[in-house]
Design a binder for this molecule. Structure first.
Ligand code: F3S
Length: 652
């Protein structure tokens, strides 16, 4: 049997381990990316390794998420990040150049490469036949040292696309359909590989909408073949030399197959508060919409925004709607401006925002109390927009524009009628205007060594976890339900995001919206254990959802299941992720129960641990779903200690 594209790329980067799905494989990583609200910890960790320069082919530091300088903290972070990048040979994409994933695919990505990014939507790069994996910031620091990276060998699922999208139906509908089929946790351990004539018909930015939001499936990654569409895109970016054709074998073997006929798709909507709560847009109960946001890395390509602008043409934003648009890159913004689409948006009363993530991660444009917000971004968790009372619905840019006009959920066809077919004529430009003047290139190594790293008062040292105790006795400091997201653990917003370089400060807001008394309680308890339900730690890759609890003394998380990236972050930051062997034991445990684990250090390598609930006088078993390498990291007390040990050994 032939090979999938995913398998071919992993094989070409193979260093050691097993290529059987579910087993641990070590691979070489070509590229890394980081962004401003997660990266300070990455570069502090890289500094702590003592290396002078990154050992990847290319690493890029994007200053893109939080451009709202409400006080000194974010500019402190940006200055630190820019100076650290210069010091270590990392490119910097300056504020205003664009959102990391969009810029990375356009200016740095290449088919067949492996990239790891400190952001869960890193698989965006799968749109050009790269294998791109979202990881925690500590993993990015590790990848930058050039050591082979561990990966659980994924199952590869073929998604066979047939037919073609109708005008008014967006690539967003494809990924919403996938979410309906697979659910938010069904993708765990999988790479989704898109194939077929339907896949061939999609342009690179349409593919990026799908691979980007594959993160919402809980998947390791998503990928499209590097075919004629990719060649066309790279040529339009004046980078045709980066193109190599890379396809799965015709008889490629897959672990499963899903089929979607693009011609049958109709506008869909994801309803609060999970991305997989999907239904046909025409069936959703009509409610007054308070806010519309057309933006984010997911859905603001040239064609996306041009189509939204055409829906607005001759109409105006409803007087009860606040409608904003944040375009993902400076390049796209300029193309849209040149072709008159920005003017159409302005004429319709759309408020143009700065080129950044902004509202997608609650940096501005928080909805009103109980407000209904309709967004083209990728997440609709409670509180994701900065207000836990708000209800976020996710749609395509065409549907968002129609909604802004009519003031309630609507599709492009509802506004344009038969004229909707003109949207089918809109495509990406044959040539983009290329201007990399907002990208700072790395200095030669000797010059870089002289660069001084600038640390403003917001840059606090990276906290390092303790080595696990052999006999642990600790109370339960929090009992959470299912689907706790990293947004629940470490809230998004301009205010909170700017605290991420300052753990003593930020930890005070850990679980701020979900369990406001948690931080004070955990601190008072000294050490403690968190109990969680299904899919604990889903969502954003932010490792602060591990660092802050660790700083507050949390030693283990025992949950029914734990999301992939968050599990990695817990391991990296010295919190042991444990899974109930019998999920019914979850119901027996209460807040403040005293739990005890004896001989923990001997039990960890067996991956089965007996926990005693001293308060209720019963014992239960938990499993550690850890690879051999992760076991070593846990026993070492986290990734930084482990990495230093590894580097010291390799220098002997
Ligand atoms: Fe930024 Fe939202 Fe994308 S935070 S990277 S626009 S998912």
């Amino acid at each position: 049997m032939g090979k999938s594209l995913t398998r071919k790329i992993i094989e070409s980067h193979y260093v050691s381990g097993s290529m059987t799905p579910g087993e641990e494989v070590f691979i070489k990583v070509d590229q890394t990316l980081t962004h401003d609200i997660n990266a300070v910890m990455t570069y502090l960790a890289f500094e702590a390794t003592g290396l002078n320069r990154r050992r990847t082919e290319c690493s890029v530091s994007y200053l893109d998420h939080n451009l709202l300088y409400v006080d000194h903290k974010t500019p402190d972070d940006h200055i630190y990040l820019q100076s650290a990048a210069k010091r270590f040979g990392v490119h910097v994409s300056r504020p205003g150049n664009g959102i990391c994933h969009t810029v990375h695919v356009a200016r740095f990505g290449a088919p067949g490469k492996i990239s790891m990014g400190g952001d869960s939507h890193t698989p965006h790069g799968g749109s050009i036949g790269m294998l791109c994996i979202g990881v925690g910031g500590m993993d990015v620091a590790t990848a930058m040292t050039g050591v082979p990276m561990r990966l659980k060998m994924p199952r590869v699922i073929q998604v066979k696309l047939t037919g073609r999208l109708k005008p008014g139906v967006n690539a967003k509908e494809v990924i919403l359909k996938m979410l309906e089929k697979v659910t938010i946790k069904g993708g765990l351990g999988n790479v989704y590989e898109y194939t077929g004539e339907g896949a061939a018909s999609l342009e690179v930015p349409q593919r990026a909408t799908i691979t980007n939001m594959g993160a919402e499936l809980g998947a390791t990654s998503s990928i499209f073949p590097a075919d004629e569409q990719v060649r066309k895109f790279l040529k339009a970016q004046q980078r045709e030399e980066a193109y190599t054709e890379l396809l799965p074998d015709e008889d490629a073997e897959y672990d499963d197959t899903i089929e979607i006929n693009l011609s049958e798709l109709e506008p869909l909507i994801s309803c609060p508060h999970q991305p997989d709560n999907v239904m046909p847009l025409k069936d959703v109960e009509k409610k007054p919409v308070q806010q519309v946001f057309i933006g984010s890395c997911t859905n603001t390509s040239y064609a996306d925004v041009a189509k939204a602008a055409l829906v607005f043409k001759g109409h105006h934003v409803n007087e009860n709607v606040s409608c904003t648009c944040g375009i993902a890159s400076r390049q796209t913004y300029k193309e849209l401006m040149r072709d008159g689409y920005i003017e159409m948006l302005l004429d319709a009363g759309v408020r143009m925002l700065e080129i950044s993530c902004g509202p997608c991660c609650a940096i501005g444009q928080t909805p009103a109390t109980d407000g209904i917000a309709v967004r083209t971004s990728n997440r609709n968790f409670k509180g994701r927009a900065g207000n836990p009372n708000a209800k976020i619905y996710l749609v395509s840019p065409e549907s968002a524009a129609a909604t802004a006009i009519l003031g309630t959920f609507a599709s492009a066809e509802d506004v344009m009628g038969e004229d909707v077919k003109i949207l089918g004529d809109i495509h990406e430009p044959d040539a983009y205007e290329v201007d990399d003047s907002m990208i700072i290139k790395p200095l030669p190594e000797e010059e870089a060594k002289k660069v001084e790293i600038v640390r403003g008062p917001n840059i606090k040292p990276l906290p390092i976890p303790d080595v696990p105790e052999n006999n642990l006795v600790a109370p339960v400091s929090l009992k959470g339900g299912n689907n706790i997201s990293t947004d629940d653990i470490t809230p998004a917003s301009a205010e909170f995001s700017s605290m991420r370089s300052n753990i003593p400060l930020m930890s005070q807001y850990c679980y701020h919206r979900y369990a406001p008394d948690f931080a004070a309680r955990a601190k008072e308890l000294g050490k403690s254990i968190i109990i969680g339900g299904e899919n604990y730690g889903q969502g954003s890759s932010r490792e602060h959802a591990a660092i802050n609890p660790m700083y507050l003394g949390v030693k283990c998380v025992i949950a029914k299941s734990i999301a992939r990236i968050h599990k990695g972050n817990l391991v990296n930051h010295g919190i042991i992720p444990m899974i109930f062997a019998n999920p019914d034991d979850y119901d027996k445990i209460d807040l403040f129960d005293e739990l005890s684990i004896e001989n923990l250090l001997e039990q960890i390598p067996t991956r089965k641990v007996i926990v005693k609930d001293i308060t209720k006088n019963f014992s239960f078993e938990v499993n550690l779903d850890l690879t051999d390498n992760e076991v070593e990291v846990v026993l070492c007390g986290g990734q930084l200690r482990y990495l230093k040990k590894q580097l010291a050994e390799s220098n002997k």
